[in-house]
Design a protein around this ligand. Structure first.
Ligand code: ATP
Length: 299
């Protein structure tokens, strides 16, 4: 288990990370969310030991993270850092060797991953000859070539098209299923919602939401109902517990205080005409963020 306990980091007088704590177990995918400058990269640098917190503690399976276990860690940095004159194969041998792997094992793993990411033909191509997306795949491969027990991915999806985002996600999920601890950062809530179970949202270094997504959503209680059809809007608005009714793209969005109100709404909707949709959904993480923090996330 990775345990981050009350870590704080200043750059001079500037407080970049304020008393941050979280835990990630083997097999869990954890999302560290925050807009630009929230403190995500600083947190990652502290986890891998590139920066020291002024207070607090970080341990992996009860031990501090030091040089002895760096071979078991994979880190995809936010700044893409490939040596562009090297070929893909040379680059992977370089990183794999740094992680203490034998060349034969590196090449086996590389063939396997290139095949998986459908870029086998690039093995002997120079990095600079590859497209941005394919360079990112190579950087991802270098981060996972050593089958890391702890994998840290700083904005892994930025700049990727939806097809490649899916490909990365599948690989990450597979590694989690095999017991790796995975932490990734993103400033896009939707990347986190469908993908990780646990998260922290940072704002100016401070934790504003934290825990299992399921619990965060349960605690929030409010739900959204979507209805398509001709309904008696005024009667719905008059139900105690209905917070708002809006019409968007021929779809009524009805916000309710908690799930118990849904049946009262349904009663009125069922008397309407041409009803083609009635669904009760959980609010999005973004909606919860806005309500909790009192402002929009995407500034
Ligand atoms: P982004 O999404 O833009 O990468 P982030 O959440 O990763 O942002 P950090 O890079 O951790 O944020 O930065 C947190 C804050 O600390 C920012 O306000 C940044 O300007 C500041 N900061 C980061 N590195 C340094 C440094 N070396 N010296 C001074 N301030 C720094």
């Amino acid at each position: 288990m990775l345990k981050v306990e009350n870590i704080t980091k200043y750059y001079g007088d500037f407080l970049a990370v304020d008393n941050l704590s979280f835990e990630v177990k083997e097999g869990e995918i954890f999302g560290l969310l925050g807009v630009n400058g929230a403190g995500k990269t600083t947190t990652f640098r502290m986890i891998i030991g590139l920066l020291a917190p002024i207070s607090g503690k970080i341990t992996l399976n009860g031990k501090p993270i030091d040089y002895n276990i760096t071979d078991k860690i994979g880190f995809l940095t936010e700044e893409r850092s490939l040596l562009t004159k090297m070929t893909v194969k040379e680059q992977c041998i370089y990183y794999g060797t740094l992680k203490g792997m034998k060349e034969k094992d590196i090449l086996n793993k590389l063939d396997n991953l290139l095949k998986k990411f459908k870029i086998e033909e690039y093995k002997d191509k120079k990095i600079k000859e590859l497209s941005k997306g394919n360079q990112q795949k190579i950087q991802f491969i270098t981060a996972i070539i050593n089958d890391p027990k702890l994998l840290i991915l700083d904005e892994p999806f930025s700049g990727l098209d939806p097809f490649n985002v899916e490909m990365f996600k599948n690989q990450i999920k597979e590694m989690a299923e095999n017991g790796s601890i995975i932490i990734f950062s993103s400033h896009r809530m939707e990347h986190v919602e469908l993908f990780c179970k646990k998260l922290v949202v940072l704002k100016n270094g401070k934790t504003v939401l934290s825990g299992y997504l399921k619990d965060i959503k349960q605690k929030y209680r409010k739900k959204n109902i979507e209805v398509i059809g001709d309904i008696d809007v005024e009667s719905i608005k008059n139900i105690d517990g209905v917070l708002s009714v809006t019409l968007n793209n021929f779809t009524y969005q009805i916000k309710i205080k908690d799930e118990s109100i849904a049946s009262k709404v349904f009663e009125i909707v069922s008397k309407g005409k041409n009803i083609t949709k009635f669904s009760v959904d959980e609010p999005s993480l973004n909606e919860i963020f806005i309500e909790t923090v009192g402002e929009t996330y995407d500034k």
